[in-house]
Design a protein around this ligand. Structure first.
Ligand SMILES: [Zn+2]
Length: 310
């Protein structure tokens, strides 16, 4: 089984400095991308950072170029995340999507001298036109498909090859009593676990959930799993204090997964290379199962109590 650590690297609140949500420095200590990379480096693991390069229209080119350079220099993977100023990709016609993706590809290429090979749409808002636009921009992998959330509902938990692009979906599981959760969410005005679809996410799952779900995916024969996080996963969005609970959880689960037999860590760039050069890898990944496990105990109740669902 292959495991990707993917980190959406972005500033969700444009009226605050991007540094607060990407570097997340607090009292001289870093709790953002550098902290994530250091924790991964300890175990020789490389993460894939989907960088929202459109943040440069808010914060300036140099700041975002520095983010890309830092991640790349430390040996981690910089890929494209699209939160265009114009809104959601899937609300735009094909030509506009193509233009926006091209803008991001050119920016990353000019900074790192290599083109991104993978993409994740902001808020999962990709559609079939997005895949076409990615293909035309030379991007081989998309990872926007969060089933029932993304307009791109072409798979659940299985990676597929669709219209010239490999879709490695956002891995998730079902929470029981979905209709009840939907109703509670509606009453509270919140989308609780996206109406019962829980991402395999550092902030959404408990430590035991993160550990047990990997076994559930393995048993279900899901062959490539996305462990999802954000550059600001260790910041509590409401209080803006450090979320030590989730930081500890991350460090513990990384150590646990690293020692687990049969788990192969991979980056999007490595996956793209192997899709093109290693037929047995490609066959293995694409012939997995599309199962969605059901679990109540995987979710982190801390998040339920303290935080909004984003
Ligand atoms: Zn995003």
């Amino acid at each position: 089984m292959y495991l990707l650590i993917t980190i959406d690297t972005e500033n969700p609140y444009k009226d605050t400095p991007m540094e607060d949500w990407i570097y997340c420095n607090f009292n001289g200590e870093c709790f953002g991308i550098e902290r994530i990379m250091n924790a991964l480096d300890k175990h020789g693991i490389r993460g894939t950072f989907f960088v929202d390069v459109y943040e440069r229209y808010n914060s300036g080119n140099e700041k975002i170029a520095d983010v890309c350079r830092l991640i790349d220099k430390k040996g981690h993977d910089v890929e494209l995340h699209t939160h265009p100023v114009e809104g959601n990709l899937s609300d735009m016609p094909f030509e506009k999507q193509k233009e926006i993706i091209s803008d991001g590809v050119k920016f990353i290429s000019s900074i790192l001298n290599k083109s991104p090979v993978a993409h994740r749409a902001g808020s999962y808002m990709a559609d079939l036109d997005t895949l076409k636009a990615l293909k035309e921009n030379g991007i081989l992998i998309d990872s926007s498909n969060f089933f029932e959330v993304s307009p791109l509902g072409i798979t659940k938990n299985r990676a597929i090859f669709y219209d010239g692009v490999f879709e490695i979906p956002v891995t998730y599981f079902h929470v029981p009593f979905k209709p009840i959760i939907k109703l509670i969410g509606k009453t509270l005005g919140r989308k609780i676990f996206y109406n019962g679809n829980c991402k395999y996410d550092i902030n959404w799952c408990s430590l035991s959930g993160l550990k047990s779900m990997i076994e559930r995916y393995r048993r279900a024969d899901v062959r490539i799993v996305n462990l999802f996080m954000h550059s600001f996963s260790f910041i509590d969005e409401e209080s803006q204090f450090i979320n030590i609970h989730d930081l500890n959880k991350f460090e513990e689960v990384i150590a646990y997964l690293k020692n687990l037999e049969g788990i192969n860590f991979i980056t999007m760039r490595e996956a793209a290379t192997r899709f093109q050069s290693d037929l047995s890898f490609k066959k293995y990944i694409l012939n997995g199962n599309d199962k969605v496990p059901l679990s109540l105990f995987g979710v982190d109740l801390h998040k339920f109590i303290r935080r909004k669902y984003v």
